[in-house]
Write a protein that binds this ligand. Structure first.
Ligand code: GLY
Length: 367
């Protein structure tokens, strides 16, 4: 194993053990002035900190990580009950908390939480348009987003757990829709597609968190790479692997020298100063997933690519200030909404940690 991987792991673990002492079982979303903030329990990013705690627990056996993750999971029971508040983010929230707990400890209450979250997600499926509705607000009945690819593992897991294909059918139907409607010929992706919720007919693509309906939001590519790879892991459907590879190849071709993309590959040059390290970290972990699922030279190609992106994040994007709590800097939540631009973001940290563990040989995932 390359020496930088162990260096990066020690760096990450040192930081996590310091940060957990200050923030405990809270829900950080982004870091400002060197310190993670704290969100209310219903934020879509609230699975990532418990997910990091479970990753660290699995790797070290340190009970303090487990106890923080368990406490976060309990706090997520409130949003799990709030039907009127839940969007489609159930995989982000409960794959990394309850399902992770169940996979590692066999906790039956965690299993039930995961199954409730999966059932809620399945209920958002629009049968006419074959899409999972993304949000709740009035007027969003026909909106599907590429991010949802990352939530589908929860449905595949539920099908395996219950020995009942219903959830898998929904995840695969949504994925087939995404193959047709979201992935472009060149491997780039749309962020949002609007359907008529009554007839299921496609109406239009929207720019969303990307620059425009025809641009290429880099985190959208990352969601597609990893989400389709997970679909292949659970189903063996080669179309999903081909989509994951097409999205990964497009992502790789567009990358600048330091292998960390701007927030949108097709944003005007004067806006490309804003990087998105979260897209790099998620894509790296997704590309390592592709490598794990393939064999031979192809596998080696994607492993090298995933490793190179992760190494650049460690060497060029770990904060200069040792007091900074986050693992990597320069994430961008949403440039068009001026939200979390060029700040460390928790999901960048999660995927960076997950990628490091894959490079250390741990390829089981909570998704
Ligand atoms: N799922 C929301 C985002 O990627 O910002």
């Amino acid at each position: 194993m390359e020496t930088w991987i162990n260096e990066a792991w020690e760096y990450a673990l040192g930081k996590l053990s310091r940060t957990r002492s200050r923030i405990g079982a809270t829900f950080p979303n982004a870091s400002y002035g060197g310190k993670y903030d704290a969100r209310d329990p219903d934020c879509w990013t609230n699975g990532f900190w418990p997910g990091m705690m479970w990753l660290a627990y699995r790797a070290t056996g340190d009970e303090e990580y487990r106890s923080i993750a368990e406490s976060c999971e309990e706090q997520l029971d409130a949003p799990l009950q709030e039907y009127e508040q839940l969007h489609h983010d159930n995989g982000f929230l409960w794959s990394l908390s309850a399902v992770a707990d169940y996979k590692l400890t066999g906790n039956t209450l965690s299993r039930r939480r995961g199954l409730i979250a999966a059932s809620h997600l399945a209920s958002r499926f629009n049968l006419k348009g074959h899409f999972i509705r993304a949000w709740l607000y009035e007027g969003s009945e026909g909106l599907a987003i590429i991010d949802c690819m990352m939530n589908l593992g929860l449905l595949y897991w539920a099908s395996e757990e219950l020995q009942d294909p219903r959830y898998r059918h929904i995840a695969s139907a949504h994925s087939e829709m995404a193959l047709r409607e979201f992935i472009r010929e060149d491997g780039s992706v749309h962020h949002i597609v609007r359907f008529n919720p009554e007839t299921g007919e496609r109406i239009e693509a929207l720019g969303g968190q990307g620059y425009s309906p025809v641009s290429a939001w880099s985190r959208g590519s990352a969601w597609a790479i990893y989400g389709f790879a997970i679909g292949y892991r659970y189903t063996g459907d080669i179309r999903f692997m081909n989509a994951a590879k097409a999205a990964a190849d497009y992502f790789a071709e567009q990358l600048p020298e330091d292998l960390v993309p701007p927030w949108d590959f097709r944003a005007p040059v004067e806006q490309q100063w804003a990087k998105d390290s979260t897209a790099a970290a998620c894509a790296a972990s997704g590309i390592l997933e592709i490598a794990y699922l393939l064999e031979g030279e192809e596998s080696e190609h994607y492993r090298k690519l995933g490793a190179a992106i992760t190494e650049s994040l460690f060497r060029n994007y770990s904060p200069k200030d040792p007091a900074e709590e986050a693992l990597i800097t320069r994430g961008t939540g949403s440039f068009p909404h001026n939200a979390e631009v060029e700040v460390p973001i928790i999901y960048g940290d999660y995927y960076f940690l997950e990628a490091l563990l894959k490079l250390k040989g741990e390829n089981e995932i909570f998704w």
